[in-house]
Design a protein. Structure first.
Length: 270
């Protein structure tokens, strides 16, 4: 915890294995990891690639130091660096593989720029699952597919700068309006949430389950608008929504075009 906010988490082994499998890692590959955390994933990367080939970047200096101690004790020869993962680590580029252990809203252009043509990038996206991208031969784009559905912690550097939290947007004001809405499926259906996230890339969608097992859906745009969906009977939900004054957004510089959007076939390009 940092300032009362979770700063690191350990993914379940099945998710770690799934992401490593998506990376298609081979011995001798040079790897950049973003988000060292406890150092477990970096140790697994080094076990596969061989010593001295993995660089991991951690924004939290306390976590970085702890990961460094663990990795040195294991003799992995992993290079632990302290910095903003969104910027990658250009000193070691180009890399054969780049993997992030936290979720991003758009793939930072630096990651593509620092990956060799034909190299692979695996990262959680939108807190719903991870994408696996292959960098094009000209190095000016990367494309691929969703490889699995699982929630990950968001970036600690880009989210805070560019988006308001749900509480900041919702506040204490009453809803501007509410109405009944047809509900074709369960609000906690992972596939349905993924479709919503793809169709509405600027909207964050999450759910919470109450003590009575009722699932409420929460949506917001990170700037001013919010909505909730609460089941109100078979196939029906009560929709409440509202808005407050927007604040200026920080335009992303993750690609030469200023911004990339993820689709079902996830692509980011120059």
């Amino acid at each position: 915890m940092t300032g009362g906010v979770p700063s690191s988490s350990l993914s379940c082994p099945a998710i770690i294995a799934d992401m490593l499998d998506s990376l298609i890692l081979e011995p001798g590959h040079r790897v950049l990891e973003l988000g060292a955390g406890q150092g477990l994933n970096a140790a697994l990367l080094a076990w596969r690639t061989g010593p001295g080939l993995v660089t991991t970047v951690e924004v939290d200096p306390v976590l970085a130091a702890a990961a460094q101690d663990r990795l040195e004790a294991l003799g992995t020869e992993v290079a632990v660096r302290t910095g903003d993962g969104e910027l990658g680590w250009p000193d070691g580029a180009p890399y054969d593989r780049v993997v992030s252990t936290y979720a991003v809203e758009s793939v930072p252009w630096a990651w593509i720029e620092q990956t060799r043509p034909g190299g692979r990038i695996v990262t959680p996206w939108g807190r719903l699952g991870h994408v696996a991208l292959t960098v094009a031969d000209d190095g000016r784009s990367a494309s691929g597919w969703m490889q699995g559905l699982a929630a990950f912690m968001p970036s600690r550097t880009t989210t805070a700068d560019a988006r308001r939290s749900w509480r900041q947007i919702r506040g204490e004001r009453p809803a501007d309006n509410q109405r009944a809405l047809a509900l074709p499926g369960r609000l906690d259906d992972g596939n349905a949430l993924f479709v919503l996230r793809v169709c509405l890339p600027d909207v964050e969608v999450f759910t919470r389950t109450g003590d009575d097992r009722t699932v409420t859906g929460f949506l917001h745009d990170g700037r001013s608008s919010w909505a909730t969906l609460t089941p109100a009977g078979e196939g029906v939900a009560l929709a409440r929504q509202g808005a407050r004054a927007a604040w200026p957004t920080k335009r992303s510089t993750s690609s030469p075009t200023g911004r990339s959007r993820a689709r079902h076939r996830c692509t980011t390009s120059a």
